[in-house]
Design a binder for this molecule. Structure first.
Ligand SMILES: NC(=O)c1ccc[n+]([C@@H]2O[C@H](COP(=O)([O-])OP(=O)(O)OC[C@H]3O[C@@H](n4cnc5c(N)ncnc54)[C@H](OP(=O)(O)O)[C@@H]3O)[C@@H](O)[C@H]2O)c1
Length: 259
């Protein structure tokens, strides 16, 4: 991607993979619009990026509210251009499916799926007019391995994966490319301390490695990026019918996986 005077909008920017994308884009002199519900986190990130000479704007907002997603799509419409959208805001359930209340179920679908669709649409319309742009949507390897993560979280990430691939095929003729970024365990705040203690450190990938792999895949216009070799292997084993091996391993750590 040519980074000269480019504009990036990143959701979930206050933490983890989104924050890492923000640092990466700042190093490449992107003008940044950072979205998160965590206002203190956004303020801290803006402070950390203050050395960069580019404009960094915080757009606090909770993407579980349709009105706030709508406000954000209006903001995207009003930008002079948009070269990159990263939909990183997302979360997993803290309790098992049968124990979760309706409101939380609606929230996870709203943030992990509905907001991604609305923001992707707003960005695609603008990028189509420009004839260029990239959208990176955070899926997860768990979305492609049923049983590996909780069914609702996994289902939302499977949705993002297939939605993004479908859009990739619709938009590439307009010079607009999409990527379903599908990491495995990445050491961020999405995992509880209990999970981090129980899962071997070597099992986790660093957020910086996820972003670097995603960027390289984007430069090659690849619609899917699974950042670590270990997670790719896991996925390929499942695809060639060695799913049982994967499930057996998955069941052992099931209790510790994102729901
Ligand atoms: N880490 C992994 O192992 C992993 C693996 C595969 C895919 N992913 C995906 O990668 C994305 C980023 O995750 P991460 O690991 O970087 O997690 P993270 O460190 O928790 O970052 C997610 C950010 O999104 C924000 N967010 C959550 N709900 C929001 C809402 N309703 N409105 C606006 N912002 C909201 C969070 O704010 P709060 O802190 O206030 O909640 C947080 O700042 C997620 O979509 C996740 O599903 C992560």
């Amino acid at each position: 991607m040519n980074a000269e005077r480019r504009v990036a909008v990143i959701t979930g920017a206050a933490s983890g993979i989104g924050a890492e994308f923000a640092h990466h884009c700042a190093r490449l002199s992107y003008e940044l619009y950072l979205v998160d519900r965590d206002q203190d986190g956004l303020a801290n990130l803006r402070k950390a990026l203050s050395h960069s000479e580019q404009k960094v704007t915080g757009w606090p907002g909770d993407l579980s509210y349709p009105s706030e997603v709508h406000q954000l799509t209006e903001r995207i419409n009003s930008l002079k251009r948009i070269d990159l959208l990263v939909n990183s805001a997302g979360f997993s359930l803290k309790s098992a499916f049968l124990d979760v209340d309706d409101a939380e179920l609606q929230r996870i679908v709203a943030v992990n799926c509905t907001a991604v669709v609305a923001l992707t649409q707003a960005a695609c319309i603008k990028m189509k007019t420009q004839g260029s742009g990239w959208i990176i949507n955070l899926s997860a390897i768990g979305g492609l391995l049923p049983g590996f993560v909780g069914p609702v979280y996994g289902g939302t990430k499977a949705f993002v994966y297939y939605f993004t691939l479908g859009m990739f095929h619709q938009m590439k003729r307009h010079g607009v490319y999409l990527q379903a970024l599908s990491p495995g365990h990445t050491r961020t705040a999405i995992h509880s301390q209990e999970e981090k203690r129980a899962i071997p450190r070597s099992f986790f990938v660093k957020a910086a490695a996820v972003v670097s792999a995603s960027w390289k895949a984007a430069e090659k216009r690849r619609p899917v990026c699974v950042p670590s070799r270990r997670h790719s292997l896991l996925l390929n084993l499942a695809r060639i019918g060695l799913g049982r091996l994967v499930w057996r391993g998955a069941r052992k750590i099931e209790k510790l996986m994102p729901r």
